[in-house]
Structures are given as structure tokens and as C-alpha cells.
Design a binder for this molecule. Structure first.
Ligand code: NAD
Ligand code: MG
Length: 328
């Protein structure tokens, strides 16, 4: 593993240069504000008069339409939803300076060839391993969210240094920047969110809740056990791995974990995980998602609604309403 820290960064290669951030959502807002506070000349590129346009202007940033915004930029950063980046690249390509850099926070479009960049451009990745609000908050507190860095195309011979200087500007270099490839970042990121973080964790919670409710237990009690308390465990894992969790849970809980965990997450689950990974690696997942988006995301909305209509959501909303320390 190769990891870079602040001392490996030569910020001179970007000093005084313009950085254009396309998109002002979760990541876009955090990157733009951090870069501005780090002393860069930041421009935000957005569709005129959208909600993001007003927000970025209110935050004191210079906002222009994408094709205007990228003119003269040393780096143009793609922080719009992944599936609009292909069309956006086509729109702005003629306005990109020769020898400029384009930067991504997720490798999807480059890896699956939705964007095939001009040969004179540096093409790099800085992927923060955390949501935008954390990228902003950590920066303001003098810390940073760790990032991954990758180089897809090194036209100038300086692409890696440029990407590292960018990661320094958003605070990532304070926490460490690990070298990867577009392929590794894209495939592991998709796998993580599908099998473990978003898909895996929520299905595990719902399956546990349904098992208890079906067996006749109160939904409220099932909610506390399967959804609410998950945070306590995740915090321990995040801070100190399995060792810290085992120090804080009871001996009975630890014995139960060691006995029953592998009965639930068994070989069958590992085989399904491998299926999910195969679909990511051979492009099936990407093709389906691109097709779904081109067709208006009807199935996406139907499945989302089904999730939101699940009884655990009704019980949860009621119980969270009584816990006034929660931000809901
Ligand atoms: P988001 O959905 O929060 O924000 C998207 C922004 O793009 C909005 O400001 C929207 O107004 C703007 N936008 C939409 N269409 C546009 C267009 N045609 N032209 C200009 N602006 C347009 O997006 P996000 O979650 O911050 O994701 C941005 C990128 O960061 C993606 O590549 C994503 O994979 C990556 N990423 C996200 C996270 C995360 O935690 N959200 C983490 C790591 C990487
Ligand atoms: Mg992710």
C-alpha cells in the first residue's frame, strides 16, 4: 500500500490556479468551501437558477453555467450525480483548456467508459471516504476525511502531484491519501455500498425486525433491538474495530455473536456477495443502472417507495419522535 500525507504534497503546482467545481450537492458544497478556505480561486458550475445556484451564491461563491465556469480552470471537478456526468462532459469539453485536469470523486464514468476524455487532459480521482458534510466539518475542525487517489491519464506528467495538491485543499491529506486505480475504487465502492453499507446493512436490519415481529414480539421492541442499537455497535467498530466492540458488550453478547453470527452470514451469503461483485466487475450493474436512468428511473422510484412504506419506517418515525436529542 502506498499512502501520502501532507508532507508529500507540493501545493505550489496549484497555487493561485482556478478550480471549477461542477455540482453543489453533498460533495460539491464541501469541496468548494474547503478549497475556498484553503485559498484557491474557486468557481462553481451549475445549471442557471436551480436550487444549488441560489445556495452556492448565498455561501459567497462565484457561480457560472458549466461551459463558462470551466474556462481557464486548472482543474475541473465532476461532483454532479454520476449519471449526468457523461452529457455534462460532452457539453464542457470544447471549453476545457489544453493540458487542464479533470477530477472525479468516484471512478464510475471513466471506468465504464461513459466518458472518454481528450488525450491532452490529466484525468485523476480524489475520492473522500465519507459524505460531504463530514468532509466539510472535519476540515473546519482542522482535520480531514481520508481519501483515495488515482491517475487514469497523465498527459502533463504532473497528474499525481496535482491530485494530491487538490486533496490537500479539501483537507484529505491531513488524514492520509491511499493510492488506488479507477478500477479498484469504482468496483470496491460499488460493492461496499451494495453488499455491506447500504444494501447489506438495511436488509439485515429489516430481516431481523421481521423475524421478531412475525414471532409475536412488539414492533417497538424489535425496532430498538434491530435498528436503533445498531449505531452503538457501529460507533464502537468505527473507533476501535472488533476488539473495542468486544470490550464494551457483555460476555453473553460476545459468546452469542461468535456462535450465531456465522450461522446468519454463512457460505450462502458469501456466494451472493460474489454474485454482486461479478455483476459490478463485468459491467452488468452499470449497464442496468444507466438503462434505468435513461428510462426515467421508474423502477428505482417504485423500489424506493416500497422501502419507505415498510412497517419499520412507521414504528421508527413514531419512536424517534420521542427521542428529542436525535436530529430527525
Ligand atoms: P448530489 O446529488 O448531492 O449533488 C449533485 C449536484 O449536482 C447538485 O448540486 C445538482 O444541482 C448538481 N447538478 C445536477 N445536474 C447537473 C448538471 N447537469 N450540471 C450541473 N450541475 C448539476 O451528488 P453527490 O452525492 O455529492 O455526488 C457527487 C459525486 O461524488 C458523485 O460522483 C458521487 O459518486 C461522488 N461521491 C459521493 C459521496 C457522497 O457521500 N455523497 C461520497 C464519495 C463520492
Ligand atoms: Mg460510496
Amino acid at each position: 500500500m502506498e499512502m501520502f500525507s501532507e508532507t508529500d504534497v507540493d501545493t505550489a503546482c496549484l497555487s493561485g490556479k482556478r478550480v471549477t467545481v461542477l455540482g453543489y450537492g453533498s460533495q460539491g458544497r464541501a469541496h468548494a468551501l474547503n478549497l475556498k478556505d484553503s485559498g484557491f480561486d474557486v468557481v462553481v458550475g451549475l445549471r442557471r437558477d436551480g436550487a444549488s445556484w441560489k445556495r452556492a451564491t448565498a455561501d459567497g461563491l462565484l457561480v457560472m453555467e458549466p461551459s463558462e465556469a470551466v474556462k481557464g480552470a486548472a482543474i475541473t471537478v465532476f461532483l454532479t450525480p454520476d449519471l449526468v456526468q457523461g452529457d455534462l462532459y460532452k457539453d464542457i469539453e470544447p471549453s476545457l483548456d489544453k493540458g487542464a485536469a479533470i477530477l472525479f470523486a468516484h471512478g464510475f464514468n471513466i471506468h465504464y467508459k461513459e466518458i472518454e476524455p481528450r488525450a491532452d487532459l490529466d484525468v485523476v480521482l480524489i475520492a473522500p471516504k465519507g459524505p460531504g458534510d463530514l468532509v466539510r466539518r472535519q476540515y473546519e475542525e482542522g482535520h480531514g476525511v481520508p481519501c483515495l487517489v488515482a491517475v487514469h491519464q497523465d498527459a502533463t506528467g504532473n497528474a499525481l502531484q496535482l491530485a494530491l495538491a487538490y486533496s490537500h485543499g479539501i483537507g484529505g491529506a491531513r488524514a492520509g491519501v491511499i493510492k488506488t486505480t479507477f478500477a479498484e475504487e469504482t468496483e470496491t465502492d460499488l460493492f461496499g455500498e451494495q453488499a455491506v453499507l447500504c444494501g447489506g446493512a438495511t436488509e439485515l436490519v429489516v430481516a431481523g425486525f421481521e423475524t421478531l415481529v412475525k414471532a409475536g414480539y412488539q414492533p417497538e421492541v424489535a425496532y430498538y433491538e434491530c435498528m436503533h442499537e445498531l449505531k452503538l455497535i457501529v460507533d464502537l467498530l468505527h473507533e476501535g474495530g472488533m476488539k473495542k466492540m468486544h470490550e464494551f458488550i457483555s460476555e453473553t453478547a460476545a459468546w452469542g455473536d461468535l456462535q450465531s453470527g456465522p450461522r446468519v452470514i454463512d457460505e450462502h451469503v458469501r456466494e451472493r456477495m460474489k454474485d454482486v461483485l461479478n455483476d459490478i466487475q463485468d459491467g452488468t450493474f452499470a449497464r442496468n443502472w444507466i438503462k434505468e436512468t435513461a428510462g426515467g428511473q421508474k423502477e428505482y422510484r417504485r423500489l424506493m417507495q416500497e422501502d419507505l412504506n415498510h412497517p419499520i419506517e412507521k414504528v421508527g418515525a413514531k419512536l424517534r419522535g420521542r427521542m428529542d436529542w436525535l436530529e430527525n
